[in-house]
Design a binder for this molecule. Structure first.
Ligand code: HEM
Length: 326
């Protein structure tokens, strides 16, 4: 029969059990190293090795639960790759702001003439914008994959972040094809203008004509800086496409080590690519008066053409009349 005494004993045991539960819960919240008994330390040591077993599904790789190389890879990605990449992008933005504060906008020193010539045909502009728009989406969605969890998730919360990242991931996969097509067309239409020649040395000596006022190194359709950009885009796109398609089709072309390498190469080269294109966007918009028109309307002012691409302007004008001539 349940007496008052027995009830009291049961209650005391329940309270003791509850107290033990609370102590265990709090102990789990303290850092692992501070509360590890000897047995746990042995377990943690074992976990540093490879943990694998057998699975009954065809994909035998899934029997590997963890391996030291995977952990090293994750530490590398979360540590040096992300901190180097993140700070590099911050440094580029700060550097561009500092350059703008020091140099200001590169003006057309002879003033705008009001007469224009065609710099880029509709085909060239279509190719540029196909590449540029897809690059911007690839860059933003890629950066979200690298940094979003740390920077965007705390701002917009898990639901919005999950939705955003899913849209980003689909866009990244599908727009990769538009980007590759754009770069391919660029190679076809602009390759012949991008071989280096003796003139390019002068461009470097003159600091690209943008460091000092009144300095205008002679240049054909593309100057040495634009040629470097062209080749960097070709190389960058090749690296991104090869590593990116290896990630998109996992284990078709690479084993586990190859997949890990692909992601590191893709992330590092993607960040370098974004840094380069930030500088390109700066000079094409804020940094230089009249530059955006070349890709916007396709028309540039004759004085702009004479100052920045004198040999090309001479060739184009060579007796021909510019738009705006009476
Ligand atoms: C050229 C075609 C490209 C393809 C096929 C491609 C494909 C991929 C794939 C499959 C992923 C992994 C997504 C995942 O983990 O589920 C990825 C991640 C990423 N991509 Fe691309 N990509 C391409 C171009 C680019 C470009 C141009 C950039 C930079 C502007 C870029 C930047 C990134 C970044 C930063 C990541 C995240 C890496 C990380 O996990 O930290 N990608 N890409």
């Amino acid at each position: 029969m349940l007496t008052f005494e027995t009830g009291l004993r049961i209650l005391r045991r329940a309270a003791a059990a509850l107290l033990l539960g609370v102590v265990v819960a709090f102990a789990n919240l303290t850092p692992a190293a501070a509360q590890q008994p000897a047995n746990d330390a042995a377990l943690m040591e074992a976990l540093k090795g490879t943990l694998s077993g057998r699975v009954s599904i065809p994909d035998e790789k899934s029997g590997l639960l963890q391996q030291p190389r995977g952990r090293e890879w994750r530490e590398m990605r979360e540590g040096p790759v992300k901190s180097f990449g993140g700070w590099l992008l911050v440094a580029v933005v700060v550097g561009l702001c500092a350059f703008f504060a020091w140099r200001g906008r590169v003006r057309v020193e002879g003033g705008l003439s009001g007469r224009t010539i065609e710099r880029f045909s509709p085909t060239e502009r279509f190719t540029h914008w196909l590449t540029a728009v897809s690059f911007i989406v690839l860059g933003l969605s890629g950066l979200n994959m690298s940094f979003g969890r740390r920077l965007i998730l705390p701002l917009i919360g898990p639901d919005a972040f999950a939705g955003l990242t899913e849209i980003g991931k689909w866009s990244h996969d599908y727009l990769s094809f538009a980007f590759v097509l754009g770069v391919f067309l660029m190679a076809v239409i602009w390759l012949r203008h991008n071989f280096f020649n003796a003139l390019d040395a002068q461009w470097f000596k003159d600091g690209g004509g943008i460091l000092k006022k009144g300095v205008h190194p002679p240049s054909s359709k593309f100057n040495a800086g634009q040629k470097i950009l062209f080749w960097a885009v070709m190389l960058g796109a090749l690296v991104q496409a090869v590593s990116g398609y290896m990630l998109m089709f996992p284990f078709y072309f690479a084993d586990m080590a190859g997949m890990q390498l692909s992601l590191l190469v893709h992330a590092v080269s993607g960040i370098l690519f974004v840094a380069l294109i930030l500088a390109h966007i700066y000079i094409g918009t804020l940094g230089m008066e009249g530059a955006f028109d070349a890709m916007g309307t396709g028309q540039v002012d004759v004085n702009w053409a004479r100052e920045h691409h004198s040999l090309w302007a001479k060739e184009e004008l060579g007796g021909a009349r510019a738009h705006g001539d009476d």
